[in-house]
Design a protein around this ligand. Sequence first.
Ligand SMILES: Nc1ncnc2c1ncn2[C@@H]1O[C@H](COP(=O)(O)OP(=O)(O)OP(=O)(O)O)[C@@H](O)[C@H]1O
Length: 208
Amino acid sequence: MGVEGIRVDQLSKRYRYEWIFRGVSLQIAAGEKVVITGSNGSGKSTLLKVLSGILPQTDGTLHYRFGGKDVDIEEVYRFLSFVAPYMELPEELSVRELIHFHFQFKSLLPGLTERDVLAITYLESHGDKLVSELSSGMKQRLKLALALFSDVPLVLLDEPTSNLDLQGVDWYLELIARYANDRTVIVCSNDAREYAFCTKNIAISVYK
Ligand SMILES: Nc1ncnc2c1ncn2[C@@H]1O[C@H](COP(=O)(O)OP(=O)(O)OP(=O)(O)O)[C@@H](O)[C@H]1O
C-alpha cells in the first residue's frame, strides 16, 4: 500500500529544446505544506501545472494517493483546487452565481454554506455584482476562497497573494491556518510572507 499524498520520480519537463527542470524526485505526504521557489521564469508554474495534471511531463512518473485510493492522473483534478494568476474566473456571472456554480462541481467544506463564503470573503455587499466588476484584490479573495473552501485534499496556489493588500495577506494566512490544516498545500512563490507556513522547500534551481 502506498503512502497517502504525491510521489514524483525523475520528473522532467522540456518546452521544445529548453529543459525547464530535470530529475525531480520527491514525496509530498498528505497534509504537508510545500513551497516551490525560484527566480522569475525558472519554472515554478510549470512544475505546479505538471503536478496538477494540467500539463504533461516530458519524462518521469507521478503517483497520487488520496482517501486511501490510488488516483489516476486523468482523475486527479477532482481531488485538487488551483489558484493562479493565469486562471480566469468566469466574468459574466455574478459573485453569488459563481459561488453557486463552483460548488456544484466541488463540495463545500462540511459546516460551511455559500452564504458563509460570501461573508468570509467580505463580499456580502457585492454578491450581485458581476465578477468583471470586482477589483483585482476582490477577485483574488474570491479565487482563494473557492479553492480553500472546496473539500479537496490538495490545494495548489501560484502567487496566492498577488493583488492583495497587507490586510488581504493576513486574511489569506488566517484562511490557510484555519481551513488547510489537514490538507496538502503547494505554493509557488518568491514572497516569504505567503509561504511562512510551509515546512518543505523545492528550489527549482537544483533541477536545472
Ligand atoms: N507554453 C509554453 N511554451 C514554451 N515555453 C514556455 C511555456 N510556458 C512557459 N514557458 C517557459 O518556461 C520557463 C518557465 O516558466 P514558468 O512560468 O514556469 O516560470 P516561473 O518560475 O513560474 O516564473 P514567474 O516567477 O515569472 O511566474 C520560461 O522560460 C517560459 O518562457
